[in-house]
Design a protein around this ligand. Structure first.
Ligand SMILES: Nc1ncnc2c1ncn2[C@@H]1O[C@H](COP(=O)(O)OP(=O)(O)O)[C@@H](O)[C@H]1O
Ligand SMILES: [Mg+2]
Ligand SMILES: [Zn+2]
Length: 368
């Protein structure tokens, strides 16, 4: 294992970009019909594919196979430009990537303006990717205004940013704006499954849902978490217990024991779980968050019956079976009441000096 997963799996075509169909489909349609704008704005949360897509767009625009007579939305992959702009390639003279975080000043903008007047060295367009575009200073944007408004025909701009509101309106209004989104679990899970298969890493049941949760919808963060788990695994692969512990999640078994104790009205057992939570170094607030999530899942099972498996994708079958029993034992009313109590406790725990006390109070209320 050499480079990070998120580098090795950086998409090179729009078909490989996941979870952004609302952006890639219309963009590809425009490319196929040769309707190319002179400036684009890719916005959205970090790690969801903005920079990657800017590079893919540049790769398509400058592909030797992409001509006025036969426009395409897929880079050929073999022409000199495509090879240079491939993952791990050296980059191309005609695609200029500028990190506005370090080059967002007015002098940088003026220099860019100058460079844009030159014809492309070899390919069809001279493409400027302005990454982290919200970091361009107002003066910088003003220096760019004219060229973004009326660029020479060989010049294209792609702005990428997490904060489109900070791109001044006069520039923004000249662009086609494509908002990227966080990627939902039902798209990320199968992607990770595929990736682990390609990497030949065996993964225990329930591990990937934890990874998806830890990544918070950012593909890059999700891949980094997975990378770390793979790095710490041996030939037997990634096991659930180790992954949950490393990521700070509550072991499913702790939640199982607690829910069983509540269903049985067994106070002794419930407080023993609290003891284990504290003694194993779990944060009480995190534990209640995880409990709330479990109760939510049980409510889904209660409401959806046999269809719950589809709604709770990624849960191993044996865990789902256990949870079906728990859901039936507690019943709709008790589940709903418990979730309300856990939710209220979570609010009270924010900033509380003794979160443990609130956890114990919650136990007492759940047992009432
Ligand atoms: N939509 C996506 N589909 C597939 N991989 C993605 C996606 N978004 C991000 N990635 C992964 O995360 C890495 C970083 O993505 P990047 O495009 O730099 O994110 P940002 O939106 O912050 O510019 C990529 O190399 C790729 O591995
Ligand atoms: Mg980026
Ligand atoms: Zn090509």
């Amino acid at each position: 294992m050499t480079t990070a997963l998120y580098r090795r799996y950086r998409p090179e075509t729009f078909a490989e970009v996941i979870g952004q169909d609302h952006v890639t489909a219309p963009l590809r349609q425009a490319l196929r019909t040769g309707q190319v704008n002179h400036a684009y704005l890719f916005s959205g949360p970090r790690g969801c594919g903005k920079t990657t897509s800017a590079r893919i767009l540049a790769r398509i625009l400058n592909c030797a196979q992409n001509t006025e007579a036969s426009p395409t939305d897929t880079p050929c992959g073999t022409c000199p430009s495509c090879v240079e702009l491939a993952r791990g390639g050296p980059g191309s003279l005609d695609v200029v990537e500028i990190d506005a975080a370090s080059h967002g000043g007015v002098d940088d903008a003026r220099e860019l303006r100058e460079r844009a007047t030159f014809a492309p060295a070899r390919d069809r367009f001279k493409i400027f990717i302005l990454d982290e575009a919200h970091m361009v200073s107002n003066q910088g944007f003003n220096a760019l205004l004219k060229i973004v408004e009326e660029p020479p025909p060989h010049v294209k701009f792609v702005f990428a940013t997490t904060e489109p509101d900070k791109v001044i309106g006069t520039i923004r209004s000249r662009t086609h704006h494509y908002p990227f989104r966080l990627v939902p679990p039902d798209v990320l899970l199968p992607y990770l499954e595929q990736l682990c298969e390609a990497e030949r890493v065996p993964v225990g049941g329930g591990v990937l849902p934890l990874v998806v949760r830890a990544g918070g919808g950012s593909v890059r963060d999700t891949l980094s978490v997975l990378d770390q788990l793979i790095a710490g695994s041996d030939a037997s692969g990634i096991e659930y217990g180790g992954a949950a512990a490393l990521l700070g999640y509550t072991q499913a078994s702790l939640l199982d024991d607690l829910v069983d104790a509540i269903a049985a009205g067994d106070g002794g057992a419930a407080f023993r779980v609290v003891e284990r939570v504290i003694s194993t170094g779990h944060e009480p607030r995190r534990f209640v968050e995880d409990l709330l999530e479990r109760l939510r899942d049980l409510i889904v099972i209660d409401a959806a019956g046999d269809a719950a498996g589809a709604a709770l994708r990624g849960l191993p079958e044996d865990q789902l079976a256990t949870m079906r029993v728990q859901s039936a034992r507690l019943g709709s009313a008790e589940l709903s009441r418990s979730a309300d109590l856990a939710n209220a406790a979570l609010t009270e725990m924010t900033g509380a000096t003794s979160p443990r006390l609130h956890l114990e109070l919650l136990m007492a209320r759940l047992l009432l």
